[in-house]
Design a protein around this ligand. Structure first.
Ligand code: GLU
Length: 432
């Protein structure tokens, strides 16, 4: 039997709707809309992005030849404020995937209560195959191509998979060169010295750790030496989340990257593993540790599982093997809709992505404000504001899960949609 989202997609035939991630986002949206009786006219508008830009990014490679890359910026909804969302450099980037991620950003910003809309960008490229000079050319040309649609009052990019502070510094410089003056507010996730914010680099992982603590509080438990954690991923989100939980006493028994995972029932030596990967090496080559596959990591008997790498890793095929009691979605869309249903029916406490990884965009919001005011805050102020915003959002989602008797994943979407519906109705539709 086809679900409503699938019927809708089959009837449009648009490439926008073809990725599994967009299909999942759409069917989760439709399910939440039906549970909360969302106005059907609001649902109709949210199915589509406001604007989807496709550009070509030609660059000269180091060998003198020219290569062109496909790239996108999708602005899903800007009712609450300027667009906000990362830029991904990855070989699987597509219009549809970028559209789905932009939709998630709309819900994430609405849920946390930021005055920002949802957007996402990406270049279909494997950044590991390019030299530093080629990456710089790619970033600058991409920034130029999407430039007319970007700006501190229009749409503010940030890092995502395959991009970092250096990418943002090149992006900000390109935009600023065209205007003739330094423009801090055009991107977030910048290095501190060019207008970045303290705490932004660790913010997504820190937010994951905060949300796990909030979840534990609702279960009357505390993180301590007997808490075991497996982390799928070992990058920008996974590392600070693991470090934060380890500093509270938890045992990080497994971490992984694309090459595979490492396991130690007494806890991984995080310092050693971080030093290893920081020098550009993969975990599979780390000596003196037990190796496990990524698939084995997902089914470890641990208290907390944090999928913090890519989307679609927990599916209907492996969700039944998950033994963790808490699944914290550090990545965007790491569990498919079917997987969520299986996990929820097993009584797993799911911390949904739009809440769990919202620490990143929240500190991005702080960075944007600091950039506009040219006045920078201290780290204690940033972390305490981040804690309070996420705590408030967590309680809001938890109250929606009780009110509608649904799992936290559906509740998060309902919470976000309630805010969006209110704002969209108040602003109305042009030309009416
Ligand atoms: N790429 C991050 C995300 O998916 C951060 C977005 C931002 O800071 O604008 O939430």
């Amino acid at each position: 039997m086809l679900e409503t989202g699938e019927i809708f997609m089959k009837s449009t035939g648009s490439p926008l709707f073809e990725s599994p991630l967009y299909q999942d986002a759409l069917s989760q949206l439709e399910q939440a809309a039906s549970t909360m009786s969302l106005d059907p006219n609001i649902l109709e508008r949210l199915r589509y992005p406001k604007r989807a830009i496709q550009v070509s990014v030609p660059i000269r490679l180091d060998d003198g030849t020219v290569k062109t890359f496909e790239a996108y910026r999708v602005q899903h909804n800007m009712t609450l404020g300027p667009g906000k969302g990362g830029i991904r450099f990855h070989p699987e980037v597509s219009l549809s995937q970028t559209g789905a991620l932009a939709m998630l950003m709309t819900f994430k910003c609405a849920l946390v209560g930021l005055p920002l809309g949802g957007a996402k960008g990406g270049v279909r490229v494997d950044p590991l195959q390019l030299s530093r000079q080629e990456l710089q050319a790619l970033t600058r040309r991409y920034a130029t191509e999407i430039g007319p649609f970007i700006g501190p009052d229009k749409d503010i990019p940030a890092p995502d998979i395959g991009t970092d502070g250096q990418t943002m510094a090149w992006f900000m410089d390109t935009y600023s060169q065209e205007l003739g003056y330094a423009t801090h507010g055009v991107v977030t996730g910048k290095p501190i010295v060019v207008g970045g914010s303290l705490g932004r680099a660790e913010s997504t992982g820190k937010g994951v750790a905060f949300c796990i603590n909030f979840a534990y509080q609702t279960m009357n438990k505390t993180i301590n030496e007997s808490t075991t954690v497996a982390v799928h991923g070992f990058g920008k989100v996974a590392i600070p989340a693991a470090q934060d939980l380890a500093s509270q006493g938890a045992k990080i028994v497994a971490v992984s990257d694309v090459s595979g995972g490492v396991y130690n029932s007494n806890g991984i030596n995080l310092k050693k593993a971080i030093e290893w990967v920081k020098r550009g090496r993969v975990l599979a080559d780390l000596e003196g540790v037990e190796k496990i596959s990524n698939e084995e990591l997902l089914s470890l008997d641990v208290d907390i599982l944090i999928p913090a790498a890519v989307s679609g890793v927990i599916t209907k095929d492996n969700a039944n093997r998950v033994k963790a009691k808490v699944v914290a979605e550090g990545a965007n869309g790491p569990c498919t809709k079917e997987a969520i249903e299986i996990l929820a029916s097993k009584g797993v406490f799911i911390i949904p992505d739009i809440l769990c990884n919202a620490g990143g965009v929240t500190v991005s919001y702080f960075e944007w404000i600091q950039g506009l005011q040219h006045f920078f805050w201290d780290l204690d102020q940033i972390n305490s504001k981040l804690h309070d915003i996420l705590h408030h959002a967590f309680k809001y989602v938890y109250s929606c899960s009780e009110k509608y008797n649904v799992d936290m994943k559906s509740a998060a979407l309902i919470a976000a949609l309630s805010r969006l519906e209110g704002a969209m109705k108040l602003r109305g539709m042009w030309p009416g």
